[in-house]
Design a protein around this ligand. Structure first.
Ligand code: FAD
Length: 251
């Protein structure tokens, strides 16, 4: 079968702002793109950037918001200070500048009919988790939702401020570093019901995610009907190197 050719989208940056100490939001004009709409909130684009050799490399970034009236979408980049072309692009982005990307690709929704939900993630997963929680509110899901998040600064958790009022949402904020080393400990401290049908949504730094996966493998009594564990990046590796390694991981 002939491989479908990917179409690159080129657009304009409308705004850029530091929304928490370590998250930079870039607002993108989507007026030219009829294919981008509300279904893409929480999905991800492949940002096209150039590496130091001037070659195109792609970086996955979640779609944080889509406004179909104003014809905008926002992308929230972790301001990690590393030398990666994705981080550099976000740091140097200017209003009126160009942004090129492929997609968006689909988001991974949780199975909302279950009885208990657990979300675990570091700052790279904040936009995707935020959207899943917003969708639960939109559908008035009242089942208990545990959210374990790790961020560099306590002020980064303000990202979830509009969701903390919800009675069935229980947030555990771990102030740490970008590499999310405490996520597994946060997970272990949870009292998990063995009777309820459960969903786990977990994404972040590869080694932290693999710790969670190994823990689950060693504790088969903790079972999830709906389970998503995804490695989004790896400390010390570029996304291309990380993508190669993650192919060998258990899911
Ligand atoms: C489906 C999906 C959705 C994602 N959504 C988002 C999102 O919404 N926002 C977002 O910021 N990221 C997101 N990521 C993660 C992002 O793609 C990676 O962090 C990517 O490596 C960043 O590219 P870069 O060019 O900045 O760094 P790279 O060139 O890939 O790496 C350069 C150096 O920076 C380090 N580095 C990369 N990311 C981080 C980080 N987060 N913290 C500390 N050091 C880092 C690397 O370890 C390496 O040492 C997502 C990934 C996936 C798979």
């Amino acid at each position: 079968m002939e491989k479908k050719k990917r179409v690159i989208n080129r657009s304009t940056i409308l705004e850029t702002s530091l929304i928490t100490p370590n998250l930079r939001r870039i607002l993108v004009d989507i007026s030219k793109f009829e294919h981008i709409d509300l279904k893409d909130r929480g999905g991800y684009i492949k940002l096209s950037v150039l590496n130091e050799e001037g070659e195109e490399v792609l970086r996955s970034i979640s779609v944080s918001t889509v406004d179909t009236e104003k014809k905008t979408m926002s992308l929230d980049f972790v301001h990690h200070g590393g030398l990666g072309p994705g981080a550099k692009f976000a740091r140097e982005a200017k209003v009126g500048g160009e942004i090129s990307f492929y997609g968006p690709g689909p988001r991974r929704d949780v199975e909302q009919s279950l009885e208990e939900f657990i979300f675990i993630g570091d700052m790279t997963a904040f936009p995707a988790i935020k959207v899943q929680l917003e969708l639960m509110i939109e559908n008035d899901i009242k089942s208990p939702v545990e959210v374990i998040l790790e961020a560099k600064s306590s002020e980064d958790f303000e990202y979830f401020e509009h969701l903390t009022h919800r009675e069935n949402f229980n947030f555990k904020f771990i102030e740490g570093n970008f590499t999310a080393l405490e996520l597994l400990n946060g997970f272990k401290e949870m009292a998990l019901s063995s009777e309820k049908s459960k969903s786990l949504w977990c994404a972040g730094e590869r080694l932290a995610i693999n710790e969670v996966r190994t823990y689950l493998k060693d504790h088969p009594q903790i079972s999830f009907i709906d389970k998503y564990t995804s490695s989004y990046w790896q400390c010390g590796l570029t996304q291309n190197e990380h993508s190669q390694l993650k192919k060998t991981d258990i899911s």
